[in-house]
Ligand binder design. Structure first.
Ligand SMILES: Nc1ncnc2c1ncn2[C@@H]1O[C@H](COP(=O)(O)OP(=O)(O)O)[C@@H](O)[C@H]1O
Ligand SMILES: [Mg+2]
Length: 353
């Protein structure tokens, strides 16, 4: 993975635009989701950016919140943290900074609250502040109602910044890789969410596992996924905050394009909109929208025309998969089981162009 440098394409990072206007009120309750795993390098930031971009592409009003002082999400979107006037650090530490001051518009339908390295100091600076675990909720909860989806990119630790994410969130997605040690990590994480529920956010639920960098051919990965499915099927009958959790489909396959895109300050849809990684995140977004009972906007004509040669390469292969009849000219394309089939038929048809 090359070092993150948003200017690597030769262009300076785009100057951030303030969100032009507060987004229009949405009819549905926003899904406020913390992307959480105390382990680093598991795909939290990649999933926050690209799932968020896929949801925005499907017509959802999305806000991404970068809570990691490493600011990888900020770089991934091609924004220089130095150019940002108000960031998460200001929001947490300055009583005069409001959420609307810190929101900028990064892409159509996609707003963001950015991070910077100063954020690392927030924890110690806030040590004596009484409501320090809920500042983000106190400041952002009202504005959150203006979005359809809010995704919070958490740092790889369970400190104050993560607690702020968990106090605002209604649910948790756990991005993870399917290997043995990851299972232990998930157990620990579930315990933590249980504790947070008892203290600052009784409504918090773990609702999804996002399988990242998935190697579906390996026996180990298959076994781990089976174990996870069985674990959550068992939990469904228990009174625990993860009783509705599911291993989300499709899994996100390992795809080098996903690792390259942040170096150019691009989402996967800016960079390679029809590579396997883009298709996996697009299908995951659509599967979620179907599960949430949300409408899915058709892809715009520019996106259709951007269908590249790479679409002819083998693309989706999901855990629960079957051939898509709509993709007769691209037999490699498969879609997940109904009712998502119809939602993803458009993707399959486009990949066959
Ligand atoms: N599906 C994938 N295929 C290939 N590389 C990936 C994939 N998902 C993430 N990566 C890469 O793995 C590394 C860690 O991912 P990242 O999202 O930054 O993890 P985290 O935020 O959990 O630390 C990054 O270099 C990222 O580009
Ligand atoms: Mg990260």
């Amino acid at each position: 993975m090359p070092e993150i440098d948003p200017a690597m394409d030769g262009n300076p990072p785009a100057a951030p635009k303030r969100s032009a206007a507060p987004p229009s009120a949405s009819a549905s309750t926003p899904r406020v989701i913390a992307m959480l795993n105390q382990k680093g390098g598991v795909g939290k930031t990649t999933s926050t950016v690209n799932l968020g971009a896929a949801l925005a592409e499907a017509g959802q009003r999305v806000c991404l919140i970068d809570l990691d002082p490493q600011a990888h999400l900020t770089f991934h979107l091609g924004i220089d943290p130095e150019s940002v006037q108000r960031s998460m650090y200001d929001l947490l530490t300055d009583p005069e900074c409001y959420a609307s001051d810190a929101i900028i518009n990064a892409r159509p339908n996609l707003d963001v609250i950015l991070s910077e390295t100063d954020l690392a100091a927030a924890e110690s600076e806030l040590a004596l502040v009484e409501n320090r675990q809920t500042i983000l909720r106190d400041k952002f909860a009202t504005l959150a109602q203006s979005y359809d989806v809010v995704l919070l990119d958490c740092p790889p630790s369970l400190g104050l910044l993560t607690l702020n994410a968990l106090s605002l969130a209604g649910e948790v997605f756990v991005p993870m890789q399917a290997h043995f040690l990851a299972l232990q990590g998930v157990g620990k994480l579930l315990e933590t969410v249980g504790l947070v529920c008892q203290s600052i956010n009784p409504n918090l639920r773990v609702t999804g596992i996002v399988l990242c960098m998935h190697e579906q051919q390996t026996t180990l990965a298959k076994e781990i996924v089976n174990d996870l499915d069985a674990f959550f099927a068992d939990a469904a009958t228990q009174d625990v905050p993860w009783s509705t959790c599911k291993v989300l489909r499709p899994a996100i396959r390992r795809n080098v394009k996903l690792a390259e895109a942040p170096s150019f300050g691009k989402t996967i849809f800016d960079y390679e909109p029809w590579c396997p990684g883009a298709i996996d995140y697009r299908m995951l977004a659509r599967e979620l929208l179907v599960a949430w009972g949300r409408p899915i906007a058709p892809l715009d004509s520019a996106k259709r025309q951007a269908t590249p040669d790479s679409a002819a390469a083998p693309v989706a292969a999901t855990i629960e998969s079957k051939p898509a009849t709509a993709a007769a000219r691209a037999p490699q394309v498969v879609v997940v089981a109904a009712p998502v089939e119809s939602a993803n038929a458009e993707i399959a048809a486009m990949a066959s162009h």
